[in-house]
Ligand binder design. Structure first.
Ligand code: ZN
Length: 244
């Protein structure tokens, strides 16, 4: 409960779950997001909706939730042909990496997060990277996170800790974690307000939320939801423990 955390928060399912996790553990939590010329501004709208929803539904968390830092890093568009920032189709490159990969993006984001955390006196940096649903992103690996933690701590002479609550769990267990942290209210908020779809689709509503239903991000989210529900997740026969 001591100290504070800075959560890399995109407005998606994973980072919202990480934010809830941090709010359940730390007395002071701030968020950081990046405007890097995403094709779909819905991600940035989702951030605002989720933060407002968390404040409404969880008064205890609202007291702990501090400043949101939104940094404009439009230089990423200059050095990237990624399908997340340009109007090209999502697919695989010849090296096996999805073309949604922006080289060095997470490294840059973590460096910026380190700078903000330093300035704000926050020791823990939380990010929703995950090796389990690994799409081949080398900057989501546990080894990369450990190396970044060391680089930031050495480079800023501050003992940072990079926390990755989702590193070893799959999407079904990410839904289960949200349920454990905030019960039905948090699951509903994630379904309704978070955004994951690569195509920015907010027109089609599924059990697991909004999205095109067929891009890799939607498929992962839908499969995780189905797995969680199959295992009995979301059955409300016994009331979930209140968050705190
Ligand atoms: Zn989609």
């Amino acid at each position: 409960m001591q100290g504070g955390a800075l959560v890399l928060f995109s407005g998606g399912q994973d980072s919202t779950t990480c934010l809830a996790d941090a709010l359940s553990k730390y007395e002071r939590v701030e968020t950081i997001g990046f405007d890097y010329g995403q094709r779909h501004r819905v991600e940035l709208d989702a951030r605002r909706e989720v933060l407002a929803g968390l404040r409404r539904a969880f008064p205890i968390w609202s007291d702990r939730l501090g400043e949101d830092h939104l940094l404009v890093v439009d230089l990423l568009a200059q050095i990237s042909d990624s399908s997340l920032t340009r109007e090209i189709a999502i697919g695989l490159e010849s090296n096996g990496l999805p073309n949604t990969f922006v080289p060095g993006r997470n490294l840059l984001f973590l460096t910026l997060a380190g700078a903000v955390a330093y300035r704000r006196g926050l020791q823990v940096i939380v990010t929703g990277v995950c090796e389990t649903d690994y799409s081949g992103y080398p900057d989501c690996r546990d080894d990369t996170m450990r190396a970044m933690q060391q680089a930031l701590s050495l480079g800023m002479d501050r003992a940072f800790e990079i926390e990755t609550p989702l590193m070893w769990i799959d999407k079904a267990r990410t839904w289960a974690l949200a349920d454990r942290l905030g019960g039905e209210a948090l699951v509903e908020l994630i379904v309704e307000d978070t955004h994951t779809c690569y195509l920015g689709d907010r027109a089609h509503r599924h059990d697991w939320g909004y999205g095109c239903g067929s891009c890799p991000a939607c498929e992962l989210r839908a499969a995780g939801w189905a797995g969680w529900r199959r295992a009995g997740g979301g059955d409300r026969d016994s009331p979930p423990a209140p968050p705190g």
